[in-house]
Design a protein around this ligand. Structure first.
Ligand code: ADP
Ligand code: MG
Length: 447
């Protein structure tokens, strides 16, 4: 966005090369951004700590090792036998296989343009049983185009001028196409004095001549206009309503096409064992249902706010629940879900801050890919742990019968550790399987 001298500046704006002087008119705590970050923090605090994978094996392994060593001592009457057994009781596969596999899994996910913020995320992703998708910008492209304008109290051009003036200050996916459309038609935009983005509703702006303009969804406009007629939309279309004062100025119809990979992603997740898939959107029911139908999602929650999104996702069963979203309004729910994945293909927002993983390539199929990589990583970690345990227990039994001197045992246990690490490193290639799982996308270059 290009600012000119005198323009209001949004918090979080990044300056490029020119220096400037800025006057702060609000304290940080009063910004919309701060209130959303507060919600995020509350949500993060309510998340249960994760149980670590290898810890489940540590105690039984120690007990079994001590039992074998004790029996060896008891049967042979030789305390050295006790030591010989314990030398090959290596805990290293338990300690190292998981972190090595998880580092590999994270690097593998990064090759698919998914940044995972910590290893624990992979463990939860691998077990995900329910998924909630945001609609606008997540299941749909979020690269909308103005298709048509239905004038009401104002003409087509005036409606677009008013909407574009307000949308200049919005980061919503519908803001850019509306502003761009006004620019292409070289429409002069009225001067805006203040503009507020009301999350999941739209923008509220006041113009220099004192009139107030609202751009957004019907319920937001109806707060000032009373009941309005809603145009009939075809699939892949959505409507943005514009009010001026207490009148409906007009309705802007935008095309917001469904991503090509959305339906396939939903079906891959189902095949991978996800029992419940829902859509949670701020948009109106009719648009939400037509998109849900096209991608084969049966559970639809429409007209939600950032707060109700949190409640819906927290109530979802079975757990763990994965939330996929993109907008500022998704930041709290991304943090509240057991694992949140942000779509950040068009740039990072506060959603990327609160999510546990971020897809940087604007490709929704990565959700199914990263779920695959996670399952594969956990599988590799467990295989490596078990391989280590089995070889180690085998060696303990050999040592128990007195055929393994401690020095040889010490060397062999290093080899067991080495094998476990090599095995865990297979997770570095987990992403290759994800591409195999989705043959249609095999030729997409990954790098
Ligand atoms: P979702 O939850 O599916 O991502 P949003 O909450 O971002 O959807 O938006 C829901 C609806 O609110 C949009 O479909 C649109 O009608 C309206 N809306 C929200 N913000 C804006 C905005 N800045 N400009 C126009 N419409 C908006
Ligand atoms: Mg969205």
């Amino acid at each position: 966005m290009n600012y000119r001298a005198g323009d209001p500046l949004l918090s979080g704006t990044v300056n490029s090369t020119t220096s400037f002087t800025m006057r702060a008119q609000k304290v940080a705590a009063d910004s919309n951004y701060a209130s959303i970050v507060r919600l995020v923090e509350e949500a993060v605090d309510s998340r249960a700590p994760m149980v670590r994978l290898a810890d489940r094996y540590a105690v039984p392994f120690t007990i079994v090792s001590l039992l074998i060593a004790g029996f060896a001592w008891f049967l042979s009457g030789d305390p050295v036998r006790f030591a010989e057994v314990l030398v090959v009781a290596t805990p290293c596969p338990l300690l190292i296989a998981t972190p090595v596999a998880f580092m590999g899994g994270m690097s593998s996910a990064a090759k698919l343009n998914v940044i995972i913020k910590d290893g624990g995320v992979l463990e939860v992703l691998a077990r995900v049983r329910a998924v909630a998708f945001d609609k606008t910008g997540t299941l749909t492209e979020g690269k909308a185009d103005v298709v048509e304008i239905h004038p009401a109290a104002r003409t087509v051009d005036e409606t677009l001028q008013l909407a574009a003036a307000a949308e200049q200050y919005s980061v919503h996916v519908f803001a850019d196409p509306i502003v761009a459309s006004a620019r292409t038609q070289q429409l002069e935009l009225p001067e805006v004095v203040t503009a507020d983005e009301v999350a999941t509703n739209g923008v509220l702006a006041s113009l220099a001549d004192g009139t107030s303009v609202r751009v957004g969804k019907p319920s937001f406009i109806e707060e000032v206009t009373g009941a309005i007629d809603r145009p009939v939309l075809s699939a892949g279309e959505t409507a943005v309503y514009v009010s001026v004062g207490d009148e409906l100025a007009g309705v802007i119809i935008l095309s917001d096409p469904i991503r090509e990979q959305s339906a396939d992603t939903v079906s891959r997740l189902r095949r991978a064992g996800v029992a419940e898939i829902a859509m949670v959107t701020g948009d109106i029911t009719s648009t939400a249902e037509s998109v849900a139908h096209a991608v084969d999602i049966q559970t639809v929650h429409a007209e939600t706010t950032p707060q109700t999104k949190v409640r819906i996702v927290q109530a979802m069963r079975p757990r763990p629940v994965l939330m996929v979203g993109d907008g500022i309004n998704d930041a709290p729910v991304l943090a509240a879900a057991d694992v949140g994945v942000a779509m950040a293909g068009r740039g990072a927002t506060v959603a990327s801050e609160s999510a546990a993983a971020v897809i940087t390539s604007n490709d929704i199929a990565r959700v199914a890919d990263v779920a695959y990589v996670s399952r594969r990583t956990v599988q590799i970690a467990l295989q490596s742990i078990w391989m280590g345990i089995i070889i180690s227990v085998g060696l303990m039994l050999v040592a128990a019968s007195g055929y393994l001197p401690a020095v040889v045992g010490a060397l062999l246990q290093e080899i067991v550790d080495f094998v476990a690490i090599l095995s865990a490193l297979r997770a570095l290639r987990a992403h290759r399987g994800a591409r195999r799982e989705s043959p249609a996308r095999r030729e997409v270059p990954v790098g």
